[in-house]
Design a protein around this ligand. Structure first.
Ligand code: PSU
Ligand code: MN
Length: 316
């Protein structure tokens, strides 16, 4: 473990030796969130999944750096013991970007969302992040104003985000509009449509499609070269075998959203509540598809990060 105060930040970052060595050598690293561990699945499935996701990043050709908060410091890379602790400890708070300063100042454990993991990745000098499902504009946001801070953070963090789109519990049309308005490029890797987590297509066409990894790497660096201090979104759909048909889960989503409304679920609790309800309604089917898309996205993230590191070696 190495602790670095961070060249531009008073916030202490704690790197695993492997992540520190990879960053120093210019080798590919992929940052991963920890909210999916603490709030995604029950123990011990969550620990097993977190390990599989890390392994998938390695298969793709990069070093995984799972992000978390521990005692006023940001963990950049978790040891096996850390993963076990985050997976087994009850009540670890979900920490999005706006919660970061408070939780870091107060101490204790914190599980990072996509948004706060991007803050950490940028501070640590990690160019790639992967998560199967990003947050987005919620259905009914015209009145609730429920828009995930993940989207706001994309407009602020210079990190390439690899994902399988976002779940259909959100309004994906409005999510795409938001990204367009805020000049966040969306590149669909080897596919025509914007995917919807374990559904291969959201029914929306992606604004751009690139099939070549080196070209994606060039597009990412060109976005930053143009002076944008923001993210680039790269999407990849889950495999045909592992996908769920979108129409099949629409009824379960509608029911879960109605139940959330009825039960008065608000703010940061909405995403988890609705996801759990849909999982219950679709039983084992979504659990299996869930795991598959997490692993798939991590592997693609590893592959694209490796291609990006290679591109930088050849173009510097
Ligand atoms: N979408 C998923 N799975 C998740 C999340 C979103 O399919 O686990 C989690 C991620 O941690 C994401 C967060 O960053 O929810 C977004 O929450 P909110 O909508 O409250 O911003
Ligand atoms: Mn929200």
């Amino acid at each position: 473990m190495t602790t670095q105060p961070g060249a531009h930040s008073p916030v202490p970052l704690v790197f695993t030796d492997e992540v520190a060595a990879a960053l120093a050598a210019g080798d590919p690293v992929v940052a991963l969130e920890s909210n999916v561990i603490t709030h995604g699945l029950p123990y011990p499935d969550n620990a097993a999944t977190a390990r599989k996701v890390e392994e998938a990043v390695r298969v793709g050709g990069a070093v995984p750096a799972t992000i978390g908060i521990d005692g006023g410091r940001i963990l950049v890379g978790m040891t096996d013991k850390d993963i076990e602790r985050f997976a087994a400890t009850a009540g670890i708070p979900k920490v999005s970007s706006r919660d970061l300063p408070v939780v870091l100042a107060a101490g204790g454990l914190g599980a990072t969302t996509v948004a706060s993991s991007l803050v950490a990745a940028e501070l640590a000098g990690i160019a790639f992040f992967a998560s199967a499902g990003i947050g987005g504009v919620h259905r009914g946001a015209e009145t609730t104003m429920d828009i995930s801070s993940d989207l706001i953070q994309f407009t602020r963090s210079k990190v390439a985000v690899v994902c399988a789109g976002a779940k259909k519990i959100l309004d994906l049309g409005l999510t795409m509009e938001f990204l367009e308005t805020h000049c966040v490029p969306v590149i669909s890797y080897g596919f025509d449509d914007f995917p919807a987590f374990y559904c291969r297509s959201s029914g929306l066409r992606a604004p751009h499609r690139l099939d070549d990894e080196a070209l994606i790497a060039r597009a990412v660096d060109t976005h930053w070269g143009l002076g944008n201090d923001s993210a680039v979104l790269i999407t990849s759909p889950t495999t045909q075998e592992d996908a769920i048909d979108g129409d099949q889960i629409e009824a379960a989503i509608a029911e879960a959203l109605a139940a959330a409304e009825r039960d008065g679920i608000r703010g940061g609790a909405v995403t988890k509540y609705v996801m759990r309800a849909v999982d219950r309604a679709t039983e084992g089917r979504s659990a299996q598809a869930n795991m598959a898309v997490l692993v798939h996205t991590a592997e693609v993230g590893g592959r694209l990060a490796a291609a990006h590191a290679e591109y930088r070696r050849e173009n510097r």
